[in-house]
Design a protein. Structure first.
Lengths: 259, 57
């Protein structure tokens, strides 16, 4: 085994990952909250009013980063689901299952904020347009993965079955992304482009990008926190998990004693 | 201030969408804490039952 594989195996061992993730998660949450606050200030105060949509366009600063995250989380879920199915790596099963509820949360925010944006701009909260419908299907896929994972008693079999469902669902990701180009939708096309010029001014784009960075970091904070619990659940019979469970109750009684 | 809150008349759409964003992500951060408490309690419960049966852990 070469050094890289060795390193990978060490990181991937549940107690080691549990420790590292525990050290990283609070930092992720902290940095994400600070960046998020900066982005909200930029979006609500600094960015100028849109000439056409007035102040309503400011919904973009939560809607678009969450929409990006809804796809990012699904790709992360599918990659880990693939690794879990092919190489049967326990950590990948845990990471895949941990990313599903976070993705569902971002998808939910995308749908709600989008519909609140649609009412004043399009005159309707909802329309069965390709972008909106495929994003709703994305939410159902997340809920399906979570539901299947909860429905099967054996935790590892449950994770593998849900991973399989997640892999089938990956066809929906390009449909969501390209729906505004493939079909004539009410939803507008991309505003921010990686290649070529964005259709948005600098004062508006920086809060958007800072918020996108904040939500990505938040995703990893939540992922680490959730993966830690997933590992504890999966390895509940092992010594390292028992030690943590016993230390936890010892700490609680100390806090209670010292008031 | 009132001007800021009204958001050019779009406050009724803007603020709820920001509220949903903050509330849903707050729940997202708290959910693993609640589940962690439950999982650790379950592990301790299994240990206790095992001790009660007199088996070596």
């Amino acid at each position: 085994m070469n050094r890289l594989t060795l390193w990978f195996h060490r990181i991937g061992s549940p107690p080691t990952f549990y420790r590292i993730a525990g050290a990283l998660a609070p930092w992720c949450f902290g940095v994400a909250i600070v960046l998020g606050a900066v982005a909200l200030y930029g979006g609500l105060v600094v960015a100028p009013r849109d000439y056409q949509q007035g102040d309503a366009y400011r919904i973009i600063f939560v809607h678009v980063p969450c929409a990006w995250m809804s796809l990012f989380a699904y790709i992360f879920l599918a990659v880990n689901a693939f690794i879990a199915l092919v190489w049967r790596i326990k950590l990948s099963e845990v990471l895949a299952m941990a990313s599903a509820p976070i993705g569902a949360a971002f998808t939910f925010i995308t749908l709600v904020s989008g519909s609140l944006w649609g009412k004043p701009m399009w005159g309707t909260y909802w329309t069965w347009d390709a972008r909106l419908t495929s994003e709703l299907v994305l939410l159902f896929l997340y809920l399906g993965v979570i539901g299947l994972h909860h429905a099967i008693e054996d935790r590892r079999q449950a994770a593998r079955a849900a991973s399989f469902l997640a892999l089938i669902g990956i066809v929906n990701v390009p449909i969501v992304h390209f729906s505004v180009n493939w079909w004539n939708t009410l939803h507008q096309g991309s505003t921010v482009r990686l290649m070529g010029e964005s259709h948005i001014t600098g004062d508006m784009v920086w809060p958007l990008l800072v918020m996108a960075l904040a939500t990505h970091i938040w995703f990893f904070g939540s992922l680490f926190a959730r993966a830690r619990v997933g590992l504890l659940e999966l390895e509940g019979g092992k010594d390292w998990a028992r030690e943590i469970a016993l230390a936890d109750v010892a700490r609680e009684t100390t806090v209670a004693a010292h008031g | 201030m009132a001007d800021f809150l009204s958001m050019g008349g779009y406050g009724a759409y803007l603020w709820p969408s920001y509220a949903v964003f903050v509330i849903v992500l707050a729940i997202d951060a708290l959910a693993p804490r609640w589940r962690r408490k439950r999982v650790l309690g379950e592990i301790r419960g299994r240990l206790k039952r095992r001790e009660a049966r007199g088996a070596t852990p």
